[in-house]
Design a protein around this ligand. Structure first.
Ligand code: NDP
Length: 320
């Protein structure tokens, strides 16, 4: 099978196309032939070594495809269509997926949308349902509003009756964020806390969802209301500085969390609940997963270059 491999940490050029033996499924595992593969910002943290991972490895954790072979004790059959958000080595023609991580996907859902629905979709889902359960009438702040998670979270929060303030870096991204339902779109160069206070009668937002990190962190802390929630869920611009807990007291008994998807898909029921909500919202038309760019698997390096260069919008995928 053809796959992308990282043999040393570094820039996008370390993503190399290689030929590897076809995998064989073990107990409770499936081997799936990929139709499309989700590219996520976290893939760049592993590639650079910001998140450690032993090399060599095949990157990626998300995709959609058709089950080819099944190991003993797995509840799927060859020919079924499944998607997954947590299977190592997804940048490949064939991927080993634990049956416990695989979710059935309707045949009519386009592969490129299905490939990006689960990781980014379930992240948006746990952020607005479990980290801070967004209620009708809440105002929230979401950074990188035109990114993969950003466009999805905006739509899901608006559907719950929230007002979503977003930040973006360009006019084109602002337009996309507005189309997703953002109530106000700010630029990183704006005085974000001041604008947020203007838009919330001086109160601040109920929750800030910050996947940008270093560059937006101060603004995030200063934009949240008393007893509000700051969810730092990524670091697209770099890691934030350590924080003194007393700062949270001074800001107004603010809650701070650094969550990850795996802790919010702890068992099969939780996985199927979140995935089901996302897939249902897609089929009902209340959630439009925007695939901003699709690249051949061989062009994985270019996909990473564009993602890190802030050139992409919405979700991006690789096609084998
Ligand atoms: P995006 O599509 O949102 O891409 C990242 C975006 O961040 C860019 O498009 C850009 O938008 C913005 N950005 C701001 N500053 C920078 C910078 N210096 N360099 C690069 N980008 C920057 O990616 P994803 O949707 O895949 O992920 C969004 C965030 O969510 C990431 O931090 C990711 O790690 C995190 N994440 C966390 C999960 C969790 O469970 N903890 C799960 C999934 C994702 P703009 O140009 O508008 O600023």
């Amino acid at each position: 099978m053809r796959a992308i491999q990282v043999a040393e940490n570094g820039g996008p050029d370390v993503l190399k196309l290689v030929e590897l033996p076809d995998p064989v499924p073990g107990d409770g595992e499936l081997v799936v032939r990929t139709e499309a593969i989700g590219v996520n910002f976290i893939d760049t943290y592993f590639r650079t070594g910001a998140y450690p991972k032993p090399v060599p490895y095949v990157p990626g954790s998300e995709g959609v495809g058709i089950v080819e072979t099944v190991g003993p004790g797995s509840s799927f059959s060859p020919g079924e269509r499944v998607a997954w958000a947590e299977a190592n080595g997804s940048y490949s023609e064939l991927v080993v997926v634990r049956a416990a991580s695989a979710v059935p996907v309707p045949a009519n859902l386009p592969a490129e949308q299905a490939a990006s629905a689960l990781l980014q979709g379930m992240t948006a889902h746990y952020l607005i349902n479990s980290v801070y359960p967004v209620a009708a009438g809440d105002t929230i702040l979401m950074h990188a509003g035109a990114g993969g998670v950003g466009l999805i979270l905006t739509q899901l929060a608006v559907a719950k009756g929230a007002r979503v303030i977003t930040t973006v870096s360009s006019d084109a991204k602002a337009e996309l964020s507005r189309q997703a339902g953002a109530f106000e779109v700010l630029r990183y160069t704006d005085d974000i806390p001041a604008r947020v206070r203007e838009l919330t009668n001086g109160e601040g937002v109920a929750a800030v969802y910050d996947g940008v990190g270093k560059d937006t962190w101060e603004a995030s802390l200063k934009s949240v209301r008393v007893r509000g929630m700051v969810a730092l869920f990524g670091a697209a611009s770099g890691k934030v500085d350590p924080i003194d807990p007393q700062r949270l007291n001074a800001l107004g008994s603010v809650f701070l969390t650094r969550p990850k998807l795996g802790d919010f898909t702890r068992n099969r029921d939780e996985l199927l609940w979140r995935a089901g909500d996302v897939l249902n919202a897609m089929s009902e038309g209340t959630l439009d997963i925007r695939v901003g760019a699709s690249y051949p698997l061989t062009q994985a390096a270019q996909a990473h270059r564009d993602l890190e260069g802030r050139k992409t919008t919405g979700s991006i995928v690789l096609v084998p």
